[in-house]
Design a protein around this ligand. Structure first.
Ligand SMILES: Cc1ncc(COP(=O)(O)O)c(C=O)c1O
Length: 404
């Protein structure tokens, strides 16, 4: 087996897409115009697959804060948080995140991916056990791999199975780490956190909730599903990202556990990478303060996603979950998903194409992510493109199956 033989399957899959004239994984946004619009393939396109939930990427206060930091502190830190890469602003953001959640401590990482790697591999090791929801994001799986912990998967959102697995662990359950997400990234469904917390209370263990898709989206103050369901105090560790509702890049973990501070010293993804740039930290701090200061953006986001969800349902589409900013349209197979994705783009609507093996249960999905910044007209245009596809579904596949 040669070094490059592993790519044969990939080459074949790419060839298949080329034959169809579709390149869903090489899309270039030639020019970004706003949080919800860009130029793709030379055409003005509505961006409905960006995770820009609150639309803060172009907020004037965030841009101004980033400008000021760029001027005052330069383009990059050129070092790790552990060495020369912790500026006062990184520490301030940590204090602000901890205060936002009402927790003792927070750690800022360079991305959300690294936050998950860093917390899991910093906290758990080969002698520990992690109970992982089967649909968890790749970064949570990769964090477990890096840690070398024993991983016990439980069926997605199945708190009974989690309870059974905890019970079987006996005395070890007390130190087990249970890992779930708030809103799941592919289907947009929510974790049954009350039941998961009940299992934890009965059998023991610590709970980590990744709120990447629910920060700023759910909860009275935007603190995610843990807040919405009133279980914030039961979440021992909350991780999240700056790259979605906060419109930047970076990630974090907050916790009341005194040991969180020690994770810095044992976390390779914290130690062996450069820290986020001053401009990134400055825009994130500004975005967090906007997110925390009111409910208006959250209310607008909710109105938008409830509206799109209701309209797609009325058109007869099968959707992945009840309304959330992630609206996954379940399609028959890969070919149908590819054709739908391509047709939406041709009609000026960009969404995410999600295919197995990246999806749960091998489903093929068109994943829309809704923003507070989408105007009613943009939501209408997205709906119109989906309605057109619904009307012509059979011919769409036939027309393009031949190689169009
Ligand atoms: C659930 C979840 N966790 C973590 C991440 C990683 O975040 P980041 O893009 O900041 O690395 C993502 C990104 O898609 C995610 O969906």
């Amino acid at each position: 087996m040669g070094l490059f033989d592993k790519f044969q399957g990939l080459v074949a899959a790419r060839g298949e897409l080329e034959a169809l004239g579709i390149d869903p994984f090489g899309v270039e946004i030639e020019r970004i115009l706003s949080p919800t619009e860009g130029i793709i393939r030379g055409r003005r396109t509505i961006l409905a697959g960006t995770n820009n939930y609150l639309g803060l990427t172009f907020h004037p206060d965030c841009i101004a804060a980033a400008h000021r930091a760029l001027d005052a502190e330069g383009t990059g830190t050129t070092g790790s948080r552990m060495a020369n890469g912790s500026y006062a602003s990184h520490r301030r953001l940590e204090a602000e995140l901890a205060a936002f959640y009402g927790m003792r401590d927070a750690i800022v990482f360079s991305t959300g991916y690294q936050a998950n790697l860093g917390v899991l591999a910093g906290l758990t090791g080969p002698k520990d056990v992690v109970l992982l929801d089967a649909d968890c994001h790749a970064s949570l799986y990769d964090g477990c791999r890096l840690s070398g912990a024993e991983v016990i998967r439980f069926r997605h959102n199945n708190a009974d199975e989690l309870a059974t697995r905890l019970r079987r662990l006996g005395a070890r359950a007390a130190d087990a780490l249970i890992v779930v997400e708030g809103i799941y990234s592919m289907l947009g469904d929510r974790a049954p956190l009350e039941e998961i917390v009940a299992a934890k209370r009965e059998h023991g263990g610590y709970l980590l909730v990744d709120e990447a898709h629910s920060l700023g989206v759910l909860g009275e103050r935007g603190r995610g599903l843990v807040e919405e369901l009133g279980v914030l105090a039961d979440a021992d560790l909350i991780v999240g990202t700056f790259s979605k509702s906060l419109g930047g890049t970076g990630g974090f973990c907050v916790s009341d556990l005194p040991a969180l501070e020690l994770v810095r010293y044992s976390s390779r993804p914290y130690i062996f990478t450069a820290s986020p740039s001053p401009a990134t930290i400055a825009s994130t701090r500004q975005a967090l303060s906007i997110l925390a200061s009111g409910r208006e953006l959250r209310a607008r986001l909710r109105a938008n996603f409830e509206h799109l969800h209701a309209r797609l349902t009325a058109m007869g589409y099968t959707l992945g979950a009840s309304p959330s900013p992630v609206i996954a349209v379940v399609l028959a197979d890969r070919v149908e998903a590819l054709q739908f994705w391509n047709h939406l783009l041709q009609r000026g609507v960009y969404v995410n194409l999600m295919l197995p093996p990246a999806t749960p249960n091998g489903v093929s999905l068109i994943r829309c992510s809704v923003s507070a910044a989408h105007s009613p007209e943009q939501i209408d245009a997205v709906c119109a493109a989906f309605a057109e596809l619904r009307a012509t579904a059979g011919s769409v596949v036939a027309e393009h199956g031949a190689g169009g």
